[in-house]
Design a protein around this ligand. Structure first.
Ligand SMILES: [Zn+2]
Length: 60
Protein backbone atom coordinates (compact mmCIF):
# COMPACT_ATOMS: atom_id res chain seq x y z
CA UNK A 1 0.00 0.00 0.00
CA UNK A 2 1.40 3.35 -1.07
CA UNK A 3 -0.22 6.61 -0.03
CA UNK A 4 0.80 10.02 -1.31
CA UNK A 5 1.53 12.28 1.65
CA UNK A 6 2.48 15.39 -0.29
CA UNK A 7 5.39 17.22 -1.89
CA UNK A 8 8.71 17.81 -0.15
CA UNK A 9 8.93 21.47 0.86
CA UNK A 10 12.50 21.54 -0.39
CA UNK A 11 12.66 19.71 -3.73
CA UNK A 12 8.90 19.33 -4.37
CA UNK A 13 9.33 15.59 -4.90
CA UNK A 14 6.29 13.58 -3.85
CA UNK A 15 6.71 11.86 -0.50
CA UNK A 16 4.83 8.60 0.02
CA UNK A 17 3.83 6.50 2.95
CA UNK A 18 4.68 2.92 1.99
CA UNK A 19 3.25 0.11 4.14
CA UNK A 20 3.05 2.49 7.07
CA UNK A 21 6.59 3.74 6.58
CA UNK A 22 6.86 7.41 5.68
CA UNK A 23 9.57 8.10 3.10
CA UNK A 24 10.49 11.35 4.73
CA UNK A 25 9.68 13.44 7.76
CA UNK A 26 6.70 15.60 8.60
CA UNK A 27 6.88 18.48 11.03
CA UNK A 28 3.89 20.70 11.69
CA UNK A 29 2.41 19.74 8.35
CA UNK A 30 5.61 20.41 6.41
CA UNK A 31 7.03 17.46 4.50
CA UNK A 32 10.69 16.79 3.84
CA UNK A 33 11.91 13.80 1.86
CA UNK A 34 14.73 11.61 3.15
CA UNK A 35 17.05 12.76 0.37
CA UNK A 36 16.76 16.38 1.45
CA UNK A 37 16.92 15.43 5.10
CA UNK A 38 20.22 13.67 4.47
CA UNK A 39 21.59 16.57 2.42
CA UNK A 40 20.60 19.22 4.90
CA UNK A 41 20.98 17.44 8.23
CA UNK A 42 24.21 19.20 9.10
CA UNK A 43 22.68 22.66 9.01
CA UNK A 44 18.95 22.23 8.56
CA UNK A 45 16.97 20.20 11.06
CA UNK A 46 13.26 19.48 11.11
CA UNK A 47 12.50 22.47 13.28
CA UNK A 48 13.69 24.92 10.67
CA UNK A 49 11.60 23.65 7.77
CA UNK A 50 9.77 26.61 6.29
CA UNK A 51 8.08 27.53 3.05
CA UNK A 52 10.84 29.97 2.24
CA UNK A 53 13.37 27.13 2.37
CA UNK A 54 12.02 25.87 -0.95
CA UNK A 55 14.68 25.16 -3.53
CA UNK A 56 17.61 25.31 -1.12
CA UNK A 57 18.41 21.64 -1.55
CA UNK A 58 18.63 21.80 -5.31
CA UNK A 59 20.82 24.90 -5.31
CA UNK A 60 23.86 23.07 -4.02
ZN1 LIG B 1 13.19 16.76 -0.96
Amino acid sequence: MRELVGPCVCCAKDVYCTDGFLNGIVDEGKILCFDCQEKRKSDWDTKSIAEDEKGKCTDT
